[in-house]
Ligand binder design. Sequence first.
Ligand code: SF4
Length: 350
Amino acid sequence: MNFTSPLLNWYDAHSRNLPWREQKDPYKIWLSEIILQQTRVEQGMAYYYAFVERYPGIRQMADATEDEVLKLWQGLGYYSRARNMLHTAQFVTRQLNGSFPSTAKEIQKLKGIGPYTAAAIASIAFNEPIAAVDGNVLRVISRFFGIQDPVDKPDGRSQVDTLANEYLNRLRPGDFNQAIMDLGSQVCKPRNPLCSSCPIQKDCMANALGLTDKIPMKQGKTKVSEWHLDYLVLTNKGHIAMKQRTRQGVWKNLWDFPETNISSPTVRDEFPEIPSEISHSTQIPELLATFSHKLSHRDITARFFLLHISNTPDTINGQNVIWTPKKRFGELAVPILIEKFWSKHQQNFD
Ligand code: SF4
């Protein structure tokens, strides 16, 4: 099968000029890979530049606080990536004397790094001959070789891994991996692949069999659950009550408002219950906005209720809160849902 040579020739002529490809610094390659785990290149680029400017090397990142890193990460979502990144920067700096591990096996021991990211870093930064299989690579390999087993099941997945490693160019493993990723994102797209301009079309099984819209086959889909939140936006003389989420989850350590978590909209009250810590108020909370927001595993509907109160309790519904002045709201790292609300309704707090 004519796969590797035409692929690398195409890459030499069409590879994208991306800033992390201009050198072999494992710190910058690692940073780019973490940012791009769930993010498109176009969106991730600005974040990459911001991080490199603020932390030119892993030692500078290791000295950052979690709040600083989360703030710089704000808007990218999947905040555990940022928390794990800081943890890894500190581990490499303090335990490994700033020297980034150089094999996929060792890199995978770092927090937040799975087999794909470890293989990508090892092959690109250290020339280790190992295939890095992400969603793009799964699609290209399964289509080209006509794999008709579900690639989200062990059997189909292992066929892809085996073929990717078998056809890997051992002299240019990093380029080979990046070439398939680029081909997957630019040509062999999930829908309507551009087969007529594909460098490996001649031997592509899916193209020959007319199966490009069927492959890669998948069996399972992630179950998405509904999540209903009522936020109480409490204010007192230009200060707003904010709480930090301490429980495990994608929003861990981000800031939001005191909330009531409601399992079903059918039992939703017209107004949220007033927490006992709030001094008696004759006011009724005012419904300011309702927002919908999608996470990978959750559809969130959040209502935001405004209530001006006369005291500033340290806890609301038993959870610690801080009273932040409106002008300092932007310094807190908040989920994108809260950012959306704030950018539309901050004038209500003047
Ligand atoms: S010929 Fe079409 S389906 Fe096959 S690898 Fe190229 S773009 Fe993908």
